[in-house]
Design a protein around this ligand. Structure first.
Ligand SMILES: [Zn+2]
Length: 102
């Protein structure tokens, strides 16, 4: 089955300009990064971001399905990564003919 995992985590740090001098610029951003590496000062917030990725729960490949309605071997919408995902898909579609699924 298709599952969604979160990947490519990153932390975004926003300087608190109410706390920092108005002259705060790129150079000072780089200085802040250096400070963050040592300890944290003048940081208003930090957020975690990530990219949700749809994967097969059996083989963990990126989720891809057949989109070719003329493929004689694989149902339209059937996962193409592994036999287990295909078997699960076909079990869910049991009772449907190849033409009905397409
Ligand atoms: Zn798979």
């Amino acid at each position: 089955m298709k599952i969604t995992t979160n990947e490519n985590f990153r932390i975004i740090v926003l300087p608190d300009f109410a706390y920092l001098p108005t002259s705060f610029d790129v150079k000072q951003c780089n200085n802040m990064i250096a400070e963050i590496k040592r300890h944290v000062n003048g940081v208003k917030s930090a957020e975690i971001e990530y990219d949700p990725v749809e994967r097969c729960s059996f083989c963990m490949s990126t989720w891809e399905v057949n989109q070719d309605p003329n493929d004689p071997d694989v149902y339209l919408g059937e996962p193409i990564c592994c036999d287990k995902a295909q078997q699960e898909f076909r079990a869910q579609k049991k009772g449907y003919s190849l033409m009905e699924v397409k």
